[in-house]
Ligand binder design. Structure first.
Ligand code: LRH
Ligand code: MN
Length: 388
């Protein structure tokens, strides 16, 4: 039998980090559709992120992306975040948009370009110092498009050198989140293509290097919860970039395309103790709201993670273990499906009301008039985007 008080306590303690870039304009190579009221700078992005926390109660952290969120004074930005009841989380480096990086950043054949890329990564660690954040997230678009274009071993050597230099620069409580991705923008080879490559580099670096699992970065059919269980067991699951996809790296709302997969992932998180803050797993969203309103999209995404987490917490672990030990295949599966098929929305509504929040965060946001206010106020200036 699951302990109701434990379930409620875990849900109240859940913390989800939203990405600053989800509040800006985003799209595909075909079109970026601008939306009215979109932030023009990191200060407005943080104000919007604070709305997500205000209505959900579990999203008090905002990830930044450099240079998209570059400011003169990061301590001032961190102060602005505090004034809005949130704090700055992971700092994302960006070595995928400068013209110099056409043939790679830290793996570029040209030593000058590799140096430039490493200096940017080190500058992102400086931002950690300024904002008091723990994690620098490293995702490399580095790869090749045609066989023979690059030497795999040489590139891995360059990558290892760059990671080692960043690792050496880390402060005592700082970490590298190494993110992998199967493909895109490279279409033949990506230098950090899968969890195994990321894990191997992290093992070589040391305990402050952990893996970031972006749920949109796997080959179709990949059992992501296996990767989660494995990395958790090894103490190397550092973070999630939650989103969902039907085909490729679609960056759709987490749980929208495959809520059962998200449940299975959160089941392994709960089973592996990953909800315990001491385990150090950072639950982040990494999404793009290309055609839907951004703040409600983030609120809905946060509640999707809450629902999957609540269902995972309702798994009768004792009955599951008994059935597994007994080789009761159908019994074991039924225990999991009972939890998955439980409607947890009444429980979450109740928890929100207990915390003085509206039971339906999306409806409450719409009723707040914030959307109309920012549409009216944010006229002129340049809307934030990926700057690609
Ligand atoms: C790469 C990625 C990475 C971010 C970017 C916004 O696809 O997932 O995490 O830098 O999206
Ligand atoms: Mn990501």
């Amino acid at each position: 039998m699951t302990d109701d008080a434990m379930v409620r306590a875990a849900l109240r303690a859940q913390r989800i980090e939203t990405p600053s870039w989800a509040y800006g304009n985003s799209g595909t190579r075909f079109k970026v559709f601008a939306q009215q009221g979109v932030p023009r700078d990191p200060f407005e992005k943080i104000a919007d992120a604070a709305q997500v926390h205000a209505f959900t109660g579990v999203a008090p952290i905002v990830s930044l992306h450099i240079p998209w969120d570059r400011v003169e004074d990061y301590t001032k930005l961190a102060e602005h975040a505090r004034e809005h009841g949130v704090r700055i989380g992971a700092i994302n480096a960006n070595v995928f948009q400068d013209d110099d990086y056409m043939l790679g950043s830290v793996t570029n054949p040209d030593a000058r370009v590799r140096r430039k890329a490493i200096d940017h990564l080190l500058a992102c660690v400086d931002v950690l110092d300024a904002t008091g954040s723990r994690d620098v997230k490293l995702w490399f678009s580095d790869g090749t498009n045609y066989p023979g274009q690059g030497d795999i071993a040489t590139r891995q050597g360059h990558l290892a050198e760059a990671l080692a230099e960043v690792y050496a620069r880390l402060g005592a409580d700082q970490r590298i989140l190494l993110e992998y991705k199967l493909f895109e923008p490279a279409f033949y080879l990506t230098d950090v293509p899968d969890w195994g490559t990321a894990y191997a580099h992290c093992l070589k670096l040391g305990p402050k290097a952990v893996v970031c699992v972006d749920t949109g970065h796997h080959a179709p059919g990949t059992n992501i919860e296996f990767i989660v269980a494995f990395l958790l067991r090894e103490g190397r699951l550092g973070a999630f970039d939650f989103n969902s996809r039907f085909y490729a790296d679609d960056d759709l709302m987490v749980g929208a395309a495959d809520p059962f997969q998200l449940f299975r992932i959160m089941h392994e998180v709960v089973r592996g103790g990953g909800l315990d803050p001491a385990e150090g797993v950072n639950f982040m969203l990494d999404q793009c709201h290309n055609i839907e309103p951004k703040i409600p999209g983030q609120i809905r995404s946060v509640t999707n993670v809450q629902e999957a987490t609540a269902k995972a917490l309702l798994v009768d672990a004792g009955a599951l273990t008994d059935a597994q030990q007994a080789g009761d295949v159908l019994g074991a599966n039924a225990v999991l499906m009972d939890a998955y098929n439980t409607d947890v929305r009444p429980l979450l509504r109740e928890l929100r009301e207990e915390q003085g929040l509206a039971p339906d965060p999306v409806a409450a946001y719409h009723a707040s008039g914030y959307a109309e206010r920012i549409r009216a106020e944010r006229v002129g200036g340049t809307q934030a985007g990926w700057g690609a």
